[in-house]
Design a protein around this ligand. Structure first.
Ligand code: PLP
Ligand code: COI
Length: 343
């Protein structure tokens, strides 16, 4: 199949419309079968639940071209399950069994020319989302919903790719105890926009959020979980009920323990122990693993000695193994890779 004529090697993380997207609607208690459409625009009522009360949640996953030319996605079943978890918390009807995975297959097939070739560093980002489409003025769930899944080819999330970034400890909170930090609700991102713009204006690439209750524990950034490496090579990740259960992080912890034989630990990570770690990375679908070189704590710099100028050695090993699994150069654990036949 002929690929689209795009400059794959210098792609940024931005929206570029592709051929087709999947759309299904929920009304009167059930979802319709859904279908592909070329129309990238949505027309809806001014009083739609999403517009008035931000009743929406989303997912993010990628399609890759493997070394032997197959098109695959990575653990899409976990995105399907997490979207349903988000829906339940937001009083949005969950998708029927199989619809999410069917939409992924159909949309990737229809946009196969936009799945970047192997070795370019670019990938096809898939954005599934559901929103309250029907009108609602009292604060209650919308009477109708739309599920959509579009794609856009993307490059690295952070400018500079694998160059370690500097982040700051945020004075704004991301998620309240017993709130919505553990789901992928649009509202979590809306309320982070002020903080991220402010971080950028101060010269930082991202915010490190602390737990809102005590402001002593590391949570996550606006769009990725943390991994830390100790002096003796242990992989540590924060445990918290108010962070998003990242599929990348869960996969990396398995890779670290089962494939690389590293010690791993998911536990509370205190801000005051940051200086004890020698490497730090942000992990997520968009971020993959983006190395963090420095954390700025209100003017005090915390540096990660093994990852200041380039990705540290343990982070690199994790990065290479994960991307190797995704691109077919490393054998994948059972069930992690879903091939989409496109010819
Ligand atoms: N944390 C937040 C707040 C995110 O938005 C994301 C992105 O999806 C992640 C973590 C990483 O999750 P995943 O690895 O499932 O993409
Ligand atoms: C993803 O990694 O898929 C996300 O949704 C994060 C977002 C900040 C782009």
């Amino acid at each position: 199949m002929e690929k689209a004529n795009l400059d794959w090697g210098s792609m940024d993380f931005s929206y570029k419309p592709t051929n087709a997207r999947f759309v299904a609607n929920w009304e009167n208690g059930s979802w319709d079968a859904g279908a592909l459409t070329e129309d990238a625009n949505i027309v809806m009522n001014e009083c739609a639940g999403v517009l008035q009360y931000a009743q929406t949640c989303f997912e993010g996953l990628k399609a890759y071209t493997t070394v032997d030319g197959r098109i695959v996605t990575f653990r899409p079943d976990l995105n399907a399950a997490r979207l349903n978890d988000s829906c339940e918390r937001l009083r949005i009807p969950t998708l029927p069994d199989g619809m999410f995975l069917e939409a992924v297959d159909q949309v990737v097939r229809a946009n196969a020319e936009f799945v970047p070739p192997y070795g370019t560093g670019a990938t096809l980002y898939l954005r599934p989302f559901i929103f309250g489409s029907g009108p609602v003025i009292g604060v209650k769930p919308a009477p109708s919903y739309q599920f959509r899944l579009f794609t856009t080819p993307v490059g690295p999330y952070f400018k500079g790719g694998a160059k370690p970034i500097t982040i700051r400890i945020s004075d704004y909170d991301r998620a309240a105890p017993h709130g919505t930090g553990h789901i992928k609700a649009g509202l979590n991102y809306a309320m982070s926009l002020y903080a991220i713009d402010d971080a950028h204006e101060q010269g930082f690439a991202e915010n490190m959020y602390l737990d809102a209750a005590t402001r002593t524990k590391v949570e996550e950034t606006g769009g990725a979980n943390f991994l830390f490496i100790t002096k003796d090579g242990k992989v540590v990740t924060p445990k918290s009920d108010t962070i998003l259960p990242s599929i990348t992080r869960r996969s990396l912890m398995y890779v670290a323990k089962e494939l690389l034989g590293l010690e791993t630990e998911e536990r509370e990570v205190f801000k005051d122990e940051l200086g004890d770690f020698v490497e730090c990375g942000l992990c997520g679908t968009a971020a993959v693993i983006s190395p963090v070189g420095r954390v700025n704590d209100h003017g005090k710099e915390i540096t990660f000695a093994n990852g200041l100028d380039e990705m540290g050695p343990v982070t690199r090993k994790l990065y290479e193994t994960l991307t190797g699994i995704q691109m077919g150069t490393v054998e994948a654990p059972e069930g992690w890779i879903h091939e989409i036949k496109c010819d």
